[in-house]
Design a protein around this ligand. Structure first.
Ligand SMILES: [Zn+2]
Length: 367
């Protein structure tokens, strides 16, 4: 507390090049009065400062010389029930004693608003929509939730699901590109946006048969955000579907291209690192798991060369709010890959395999 007050004072008292000795002479009998962390007034004479400070709640007096806290009436701890503040205390001990009289209470340090004691649940376990119990840690909530069928765990703070074994799973399918953006173009004129949409629609139909709720980022040849003035806005519009639809996961479909026509095969991507702006997908392990399962099934469907599962900081992966995967099904610039990708039999096989892959993923992670 004293340290944070010192920092605060350091910010207020800018002495510039004035020597410390001169400054102390000037301020030998001067005091700063604060309310909570807010500076009120500088007063000469301790008695005068004291008389002034007493007029305020949560007041304190700091002697400018040496920056010493000389008197205070400033509570250091607050007792809460859930997020409702109940009372303030000078000492942690008295705050905790009071907090123990209440359910769902906690004690927070005023200085940095951090919990110093806590009997405040952060997670709720549900069966269907019925609340079963509350827990302080995700780990405890998860252990309990797994004892029940159709259970889920929600974070109290934002009422978001953090684990669930009961809702119909919602998947976001993103057929890459669209509208004025054709993506890559093959030598025969085949556009990536046309192929990704064909794969997306067939995959959607198959996922519906498997009992999933499917949200398509686009179902026709359009840009997702028709007003987007740059690529980032268009990609963000795609990412926003995950959050809007409270999706469980996101799959983006693309086709690759390269200057060398011999280059071929399937690549799958997830995100767990970012060299640029630091934003990383919040579910790197699940994303990697999802990528490897879907990659395996894509290879089974397409009989393409295995170019591996890779960590990438693609925007739609790193900015996503759910486990996210991007599949480059094959190379438009390779004649063998292109022939397969255009073939409706391969498209249907891909859709079936992808749906089986999603089943497999949920069987592994259970959410
Ligand atoms: Zn693409």
């Amino acid at each position: 507390m004293k340290n944070s007050m010192s920092l605060l004072l350091a910010g207020l008292l800018v002495w510039g090049t004035v020597s410390v000795a001169a400054a102390e002479t000037n301020t030998a009998n001067q005091y700063n009065v604060f309310q909570s962390g807010r500076y009120l007034k500088t007063i000469t004479g301790y008695e005068q400062a004291y008389a002034y400070a007493k007029l305020w709640d949560h007041a304190s007096i700091v002697r400018i010389a040496g920056n010493v806290w000389v008197w205070d009436n400033y509570p250091k701890y607050r007792v809460y029930q859930y997020d409702r503040m109940l009372r303030e205390y000078e000492t942690q001990q008295s705050a905790v004693e009071y907090a123990k009289l209440w359910d769902h209470s906690s004690v927070r340090s005023v200085a940095n608003n951090s919990w110093v004691w806590d009997n405040y649940p952060k997670y709720r376990v549900y069966q269907y929509d019925k609340l079963l119990r509350e827990f302080r840690t995700f780990q405890d909530a998860l252990v309990y939730a797994k004892l029940w069928d159709h259970s889920s765990v929600r974070q109290i703070a934002d009422n978001q699901w953090v684990w669930d074994n009961y809702r119909v799973k919602t998947l976001v399918l993103d057929p890459g590109h669209g509208g004025s953006d054709p993506g890559a173009i093959a030598a025969d004129g085949t556009q990536e946006k046309v192929l990704t949409l064909a794969y997306g629609l067939k995959t959607r139909d198959e996922l519906l048969k498997h009992g999933y709720n499917v949200v398509m980022v686009r179902e026709t040849d359009v840009a997702v955000d028709p007003y987007a003035t740059d690529t980032v806005k268009e990609l963000q519009a795609r990412v926003d579907f995950s959050k809007k639809s409270q999706a469980h996961l996101y799959v983006s479909l693309h086709a690759n291209s390269f200057s060398n026509a011999n280059t071929n095969g399937t690549e799958s991507y997830y995100n767990s690192t970012n060299k640029y702006d630091g934003s990383v997908n919040p579910f790197p392990e699940q994303s990697k798991q999802l990528a490897s399962v879907l990659h395996k099934h894509t290879l089974q469907a397409m009989s393409t060369a295995d170019r591996g599962v890779k960590d990438s900081d693609f925007y739609v992966l790193r900015k996503n709010t759910v486990p996210a995967v991007l599949i480059e099904i094959g190379f438009l610039t390779n004649l063998t890959d292109l022939a397969k990708m255009k073939d409706e039999t391969y498209q249907s096989k891909f859709a079936e395999e992808l749906a089986s892959g999603i089943d497999e993923y949920f069987a592994i992670v259970g959410r």
